[in-house]
Design a protein around this ligand. Structure first.
Ligand SMILES: Cc1cc2nc3c(=O)[nH]c(=O)nc-3n(C[C@H](O)[C@H](O)[C@H](O)COP(=O)(O)OP(=O)(O)OC[C@H]3O[C@@H](n4cnc5c(N)ncnc54)[C@H](O)[C@@H]3O)c2cc1C
Length: 478
């Protein structure tokens, strides 16, 4: 009797904990593994999944199916509207292939947890066992606790504990690809070429799919850029970061594979001689931290602020300001360049994510939920935990350890991180001829010259921004 391996956000064959155990368990029983993936278009739309991400998933499934075929594991595809429809659909498949067990890697978001509970119950009624594994992080959510047994809520102590834990317990190994099984009669389903409600993404070449592409990108980053990561990671015009977030978000690479590559560049130390590799590990820990928070505080999945008192903040109702931000027409070149790049590529550099999120929530004083949603609807790496964490950090409703609230000046950020305006020139061509000084703030140009540019004046007066946001935060104090 076969074992079902249910793929979700772990679309790879190598270092896949549930797949590895499924194969081992099946072979000890002289049985085989059948893989399954569930497409839930209405649920994906309700979760604001971007078409670019849906497209990446389909292309990755094709790669996965081909990888699994080399192991004689067929990949079945189930399409049902929502998570609520998944338990009965899986049960039907389990009956059809006469499966006795379902293996899967855990997802920690609340709707996913509820779906899995319902599925486990439905299968248990028919004596089909379920086996869930922690795989999405190097250290599973819930393992690291403060001295008082509480979940960490601040990054730096979390990171210290993460390092201490791995130094004492050992770093988890990367699991090999499972062994090939004997051919079986069950055939793979064709991966659909499109999903209802999701437009095909016009530029798939930007995001090569599958675990081979992911490993290639990781190797290239480890060889060429990890050493200089600390110095180059903040400059959007430089290809100085790994651009692996989309692979991590759908699991075409594992965090352990990433960590081992960084350790290799860091003499096997988590906090070692290479500042670049050490810093990159720290970013992987941010990812783990936000996953850990999501598991600890399910309310974060429900749109609630991490700091409850900030739910009283009086955000401005400004649909025109929001539209200008969304379309890259705010009159602040670095913000507009970043927002236009997002719409065109489906990705944004981390420094720019912080700048535009601060701009929306502090300069325009617009509710972070609107920005969070727009990001999810357009990011190839859209991921509830990281996106929510990043937005709440930027809006000062989240876990930032800075006292009170933090605000960036987008023009100073632009001068610092895009000094010669290379990034702005690429995405805001109407400013391409300005010099390296004026390109950051064309509102400083003499009026006559400014009127010749086809570029909007700033939609908000920076002189009053700080005062306005200070007052808003002051009003909720106590
Ligand atoms: C407002 C806002 C929204 C964000 N939304 C997302 C999102 O939806 N999905 C997403 O994956 N990341 C998100 N991030 C985090 C970060 O911007 C991206 O992970 C990063 O830009 C991806 O580029 P990279 O793969 O080259 O990262 P690298 O710099 O090479 O870092 C390696 C990996 O570490 C993780 N990482 C890096 N920086 C962060 C961070 N600040 N927080 C959490 N994890 C991090 C990512 O998995 C990343 O792939 C957001 C950040 C902000 C400020």
């Amino acid at each position: 009797m076969p074992t079902l391996m249910w793929f979700r956000s772990d679309l790879r064959v190598a270092d896949n904990t549930a797949l590895w155990h499924a194969r081992r368990d099946a072979s000890s029983e002289n049985a085989s593994v059948v893989a399954v993936y569930t497409i839930t278009p209405e649920q994906w739309a309700a979760h604001d999944m971007a078409p670019v991400k849906a497209d990446l998933i389909l292309r990755t499934l094709r790669e996965l199916s081909a990888e699994l075929a080399t192991l004689n594991i067929p990949l079945r595809i189930i399409t049902v509207p929502r998570f609520a429809d998944v338990p009965s659909a899986l049960l039907k498949l389990a009956r059809e292939v006469r499966a006795r067990a379902v293996f899967f890697n855990k997802e920690y978001e609340i709707n996913e947890v509820r779906r899995d509970e319902a599925m486990t119950e439905a299968l248990a009624n028919e004596e089909i066992s379920t086996h869930a594994f922690d795989d999405q992080t190097v250290v599973p959510p819930g393992v690291l606790r403060t001295g008082e047994g509480r979940w960490y809520t601040v990054f730096t102590p979390f990171k210290k504990c993460w390092i201490k834990h791995l130094e004492s317990e050992g770093i988890p190994e990367v699991l090999p690809k499972p062994k090939k099984q004997e051919p079986i009669k069950i055939k793979s389903d064709e991966v659909p070429s499109r999903i209802k409600g999701f437009e095909p993404w016009p530029r798939p070449e930007l995001w090569p799919a599958g675990e081979r592409a992911a490993m290639k990108r990781l190797s290239r980053f480890a060889e060429r850029s990890i050493a200089s990561y600390k110095d180059q990671r903040d400059f959007p015009a430089i290809d100085g970061t790994s651009t692996l977030s989309h692979h991590l978000s759908i699991g075409s690479i594992s965090p352990r594979q990433c960590l081992h590559a960084a350790l290799e560049a860091n003499r096997n130390k988590l906090d070692g001689p290479s500042p670049g590799a050490t810093h990159w590990i720290s970013e992987l820990v941010w990812r783990e931290f936000y996953r850990h928070l999501m598991a600890a505080y399910p309310r974060l999945c429900m749109g609630r602020a991490f700091k409850p008192e900030t739910e009283r903040l009086r955000w401005r109702d400004d649909p025109e300001g929001f539209d200008a931000w969304r379309d890259g027409r705010t009159g602040v070149p670095i913000v507009d360049a970043a927002m236009r790049a997002l719409l065109h590529t489906g990705w944004m550099h981390n420094r720019l994510r912080m700048i535009v999120a601060m701009y929306l929530t502090k300069d325009l004083l617009i509710d972070w939920h609107l920005g969070e949603r727009h990001f999810m609807q357009h990011l190839v790496d859209g991921d509830l935990a990281q996106n929510n964490g990043g937005w709440q950090w930027s809006a000062s409703t989240g876990t930032d350890a800075a006292p009170y609230f933090r605000i960036f000046n987008p023009i100073s950020q632009s001068r610092k991180f895009d000094a010669d305006g290379t990034f702005i020139r690429r995405w805001v061509p109407e400013l391409a001829d300005l010099d390296n000084e004026m390109i950051h703030d064309p509102s400083e140009l003499p009026l006559l010259l400014r009127s010749t540019l086809k570029y909007p004046a700033p939609i908000v007066d920076r002189a009053m921004v700080k005062e306005r946001v200070m007052q808003a935060f002051q009003a909720i104090k106590g």
